[in-house]
Design a protein around this ligand. Sequence first.
Ligand code: PAF
Length: 281
Amino acid sequence: MMVITSPGEMTRYSSDALQRGERIGLVPTMGCLHEGHLVLMREGRRRSAVLVASIFVNPTQFGPGEDFARYPRNFERDCAMLQTVPVDVVFAPEPSAMYSPDAQTFVDVGEITSGLCGPHRPGHFRGVTTVVAKLFNIVKPHLAVFGEKDFQQLRAIQRMVRDLNFDVEIIPVPIVREKDGLAMSSRNAYLSSAEREDALALSLAIRAAREKHRAGPCCAEEIVFAATRVLNRMKGIAIEYVEAVDAETLARHPSLDRPILVAIAARVGKTRLIDNAVLQP
Ligand code: PAF
């Protein structure tokens, strides 16, 4: 497994692979890998001759007061995990190699980023789509794998790829959960053992929403109510939002004959967690 830190060197590596006619897969990450990431990697491995994993804690997607500085980093351990997949190349640039101080071009996806996490994390999705566009240009992948846990991110990237004609196939992978249901996330590492217990309320709330939807025709408000009631029972949880939206457009007031995304963001202590499910009609 090679480690490349220079964007120029990464592009040269990819250009050589393209000349050999090899299919390149990319799994973008911010490191602090867990089993959920490995599931993405295995999906990428299955579909590509050359698999690149990027590890880059992207400063532009963190707002002021967010956890950029304390975001968990563990490069050695990440590399050991990637070797088990196996991944061919780890692309791990420094922020200064990715952003020149006078950079003034950003990729901003509109409507789809305006709801859910958008208002709570101003600038976040602009940072995500900008860095993903840069990674696509640097790595030149045929396909890129993203988890459905960050569902709004996935939809924003899919929209960017469509709107800007990126020739990259986006492969979504379902949420990977711990045995007790908690969605895997690098930020789970922040949780104390008491908070870890409280955090279970998110997946229980998603389950309650799913059961409500499955029990018979119900509107978005009833789905939201079923999830909120579970979260409210847990004292340690501060709800940021619980919403039921159209799973494709992320627009409010979803039509009941289309897939609905139920999505939650909540703080457990100081840690912000998200969870979601797509409810099929
Ligand atoms: O989902 C993440 O880990 C990040 O948002 C991504 C896609 C790697 C961009 O920095």
